[in-house]
Design a protein around this ligand. Structure first.
Ligand code: ADP
Ligand code: ADP
Length: 235
C-alpha cells in the first residue's frame, strides 16, 4: 500500500555557500494494509524526515512515494488517506489548536454526504472507540485535555477519516506508562481494522511487539530490515 522507493532527501544547510546535507539516502521499504512497520534509529538518523515526506510536508529530492500506486499529492483527499500523529500533541504548530472546541476539531473531518445526526453519532462512537467519554471531552478546549487524551483524540480522528496509513512519530514518548500502553493498544486496533501504521521511534524496546517488520535507519540509510523478531534476535 505505502511504497517508499529509492527516496533521497538533501537539505540545504545555511544561507551562504550552498552547503547541503543528505538526511535520507536511497531508502526503500513498504507498508501493507493491516501491518505495523517500525522505523527505528537514533536521533538524527532521518526518521522524521521520512515521516514528513510521506505526509507531504517536505518534498523528496529524488525517488518516489506512493500510496496504492498514487504518488503523494498533499491536499484534501490525501489528508483523508494518510495522517500523522506526532510526539508532542501540544506543539504550537499542531493544527489542532486552530480549532476551538474538541468538537470543531473532529468536525474538520466532516463528510458533506453524511447527514448531521449520523455524523454526530459517528463522532461519538469514534471517541468511545478510543475509550474517552464524548460528553466529557467534546465541549472542552484541546488544552484542557491531558496529553494522552489528546493523543487518543487524534487517533479517533484518524478512525473517522477512514485512513489507509497512519504515521505515528514518537507518539508515546511524552506519555506516562499506563497511557502509553493504552495508545499502543489503540494502534493494535487500527491494525486490526486494516490500517497500515508506520511506527517511528528511537526506543527499541517500545511497541516492537506490535510491528511484524522493522526498518533500522542509521545516518539516513537502512542498515537492517526484516521481521522484527529476526532484527532483535541478531546479536
Ligand atoms: P530523526 O527524526 O531520526 O531524529 P531527522 O529526520 O529529524 O532525524 O533529521 C535527520 C538529519 O537531517 C539530521 O542531521 C537533521 O539535523 C537534519 N535536518 C532535519 N531537518 C532539517 C532541515 N529542515 N534543514 C536542514 N537539516 C535538517
Ligand atoms: P516536529 O518537527 O516537532 O516533529 P512537525 O513540524 O513535523 O513537528 O509538525 C508540527 C505539528 O504539526 C505536529 O505536532 C503535528 O501535530 C502537526 N501536523 C503537521 N502535519 C500534520 C498532519 N498531516 N496530520 C496531523 N498533524 C499534523
Amino acid at each position: 500500500m505505502l511504497k517508499v522507493d529509492n527516496v533521497t532527501k538533501v537539505y540545504k544547510v545555511g544561507t551562504f555557500g550552498g552547503r547541503t546535507m543528505t538526511a535520507v539516502d536511497t531508502v526503500s521499504f513498504d507498508v501493507r494494509p493491516g501491518e505495523v512497520v517500525s522505523l527505528i534509529g537514533e536521533s538524527g538518523s532521518g526518521k522524521s524526515t521520512i515521516g514528513k515526506m510521506i505526509l507531504g510536508l517536505t518534498p523528496v529530492t529524488s525517488g518516489s512515494i506512493t500510496v496504492d500506486g498514487v504518488p503523494i499529492q498533499p491536499g484534501k483527499d490525501y489528508y483523508r488517506t494518510v495522517q500523522g500523529v506526532f510526539q508532542d500533541p501540544f506543539s504550537c504548530y499542531n493544527p489542532v489548536f486552530k480549532a476551538d472546541r474538541v468538537f470543531a476539531l473532529i468536525k474538520e473531518s466532516y463528510y458533506p454526504s453524511v447527514p448531521d445526526a449520523e455524523w454526530t453519532e459517528r463522532v461519538r462512537s469514534a471517541i468511545q472507540d478510543v475509550r474517552l467519554n464524548p460528553d466529557e471531552v467534546l465541549g472542552k478546549f484541546p488544552h484542557q485535555l491531558s496529553g494522552g487524551q489528546l493523543q487518543r483524540l487524534l487517533i479517533a480522528r484518524a478512525l473517522l477519516l477512514d485512513l489507509k496509513l497512519l504515521i505515528a512519530d514518537e507518539i508515546t514518548s511524552m506519555l506516562d506508562a499506563s497511557t502509553r500502553i493504552d495508545v499502543l493498544n489503540l494502534l493494535a486496533e487500527l491494525k486490526a481494522r486494516g490500517l497500515g501504521v508506520l511506527y517511528v521511534t528511537h526506543d527499541l524496546s517500545l511497541g516492537h511487539y506490535l510491528a511484524e517488520r522493522t526498518v533500522v535507519l542509521r545516518r539516513g540509510t537502512i542498515v537492517e530490515m526484516g521481521l522484527t523478531s529476526k532484527v532483535f534476535d541478531d546479536p
